[in-house]
Design a protein around this ligand. Sequence first.
Ligand code: PSU
Ligand code: MN
Length: 304
Amino acid sequence: MSEPQRGTKSTRQGEVANLMERPVVALESTVIAHGLPRPVNLETARRLESIVRDVGAQPSTIAIVNGELCAGLTDEQLSSLANDIGVKKISKRDIPIAVARKWTGGTTVSATLWIANRAGIKVFATGGIGGVHRGSLPDVSADLPELARTPMITVCSGAKIVLDLPATREWLETYGVTVIGYQCDELPAFYSRTSGLPVDVRAESPQEVAEIFRTQQELKIVSALLVCVPVPEEFEVPAEKLKTVLDDALAEAERNNIAGRELTPFLLNQMAQRSEGATLRANVALLENNARVAAEIAKALTNN
Ligand code: PSU
Ligand code: MN
């Protein structure tokens, strides 16, 4: 495929052509629209793109703008996602509605995977994937089933700490999503470098990741390859601090009956406030680091 499929539009046409031949990294946009506060959100979105470019790959931020599926945004579109009121959080199930009703919104991991895969992109970077939420009502992020059916390398720092991590780990295993620890032996837990949960294999380099992905493609195994990169050490939030902040955020969500699509942004925001910004700094640091690792992997994939 040399062009994005029909209906997937790039506002930087030239840049998205020849996706298969050039190293391209898809970037998610719910994190910009709803995951980070202003003005850190736009600064981070721009920085992620420049980190990918500095490594020698092409960034392709994925979003829906006025009902168009976009792989690659102009700076104007990026800032409207970051600043406009009424920008939606678009999950997989919302895609047809968003297109039909000409919405503008940030795409979650699930919607980003679907659009980026259609555009022929192989590598995707995000912060933390969604997963199985805590609590008695089953709330399972659409990110998980989309990972199970999309053959893309997804670079993340594990699942967000607000989730039920053991249940999320089990889900990935049940649905055959291969989990790589990038220079680590445990599944990272977003703001923490460890979770006590195992990865399937440890990889030391982008080349090792590329080799497993190529093998997966040769075997025609259709699921994501989840590459988990721990938050850089100096930004890790200490366990004791994290525990208090998390417990308080979860309790606050329950008191306010927050559920559905509001829950993840609410919890992230609560934690940032209650930790004097420590979780926010960790979130930005891991996003930047993941973008860099994803770009290196994208390059390793095309160098063969
Ligand atoms: N990673 C971050 N911040 C975020 C998210 C991921 O560092 O805000 C977003 C992703 O878009 C992910 C979504 O898909 O949170 C999960 O939301 P939910 O639990 O409602 O599926
Ligand atoms: Mn949910």
